[in-house]
Design a protein around this ligand. Structure first.
Ligand SMILES: [Zn+2]
Length: 276
């Protein structure tokens, strides 16, 4: 199968997963919405559309050639170890997931990155569309980190594509507003990030935001003692305490947010927990 056809199938799979989650959110919602769902989904897709242009013209032209270079020249940690292909893939996925955990922590702790990441956190509700709501500036800032991940770990194009698909599925799932039985969620959250668990990370409570940073496996939060269990927490107030008015969260305003002096001051007031 050629690469283009493979990419098209991958995109179709993601669109289907997004549609399925929206349908499940409609049938079995976890949290009561604050804003109109239609308006929020349209706004979040607007943020995602601008970011998709950035990914197409800036992120992929860096990450794909770098992964090809890693494979051709055998660069990076995993290319220097005598590993069977399945083990190399498994380690690549684990190391990419762990270094994304570290990047997420940095996004909350480095003021310039937090200003960009806050656009994701000011959403007053949390659902599958929030998973697509990352400011183009945040994605641009992550390009050097992604390049370092590929080069240092030694990630080949195939492993990179597999990781990106699994990550997208995981991010769509744990941002979703789908109600799963507490028993199933408690079991799942031992291994992967789940909707209630990630809801805690989007809470207006400062102490809760500084936890549950993992994007894939929960083991990283467990190892760093940053996991707040939440299998029975349904009623989390989502968003940032200083941004409760939907009129302040229109599409032009959230796109402008990281660059606006007045709003920047307000999002900077989030204290961080230093016990990582
Ligand atoms: Zn975050």
């Amino acid at each position: 199968m050629d690469a283009k056809r493979n990419a098209r199938l991958g995109t179709a799979g993601m669109v289907a997963a997004f549609g399925l989650l929206l349908w499940m959110e409609h049938r079995r919602s976890l949290r009561n919405p604050v804003e109109s769902k239609k308006r929020r989904v349209a706004r979040n897709l607007g943020v995602a559309g601008v970011s998709a242009v950035l990914i197409h013209f800036a992120e992929r032209p860096v990450s794909v050639p770098l992964a090809r270079l890693v494979e051709r020249r055998r660069l990076g940690l995993l290319q220097h170890l005598p590993l069977p292909a399945w083990m190399e893939t498994l380690l690549a996925l684990l190391l990419l997931d762990y270094t994304l955990y570290l990047w997420h922590v940095l996004e909350h702790r480095v003021p310039a990155l937090w200003r960009l990441h806050a656009v994701h956190h000011v959403d007053l509700d949390l659902d599958a569309s929030t998973a697509l709501r990352f400011h183009f500036g945040e994605l641009a800032a992550s390009i050097p980190w992604r390049a370092a991940q590929i080069l240092v770990i030694g990630v080949t194009p195939r492993n990179l594509a597999l990781y990106q698909r699994l990550l997208m599925l995981s991010v769509l799932f744990h941002h979703s507003n789908v109600r799963i039985s507490t028993r199933t969620e408690r079991w799942l959250s031992r291994f992967i990030m789940t909707p209630r668990l990630h809801g805690i990370h989007h809470s207006v409570e400062h102490s809760e935001v500084n936890s549950n940073w993992s994007s894939g496996l929960t083991i990283w939060d467990t190892l760093h003692h940053t996991l707040t269990p939440s299998a029975t927490r349904d009623n989390v107030t989502i968003g940032l305490a200083d941004y409760r008015d939907p009129k302040e969260l229109t599409l032009p305003k959230v796109l402008e947010m990281p660059f606006a002096r007045s709003t920047a001051k307000r999002v900077m007031q989030l204290p961080v927990d230093q016990n990582l």
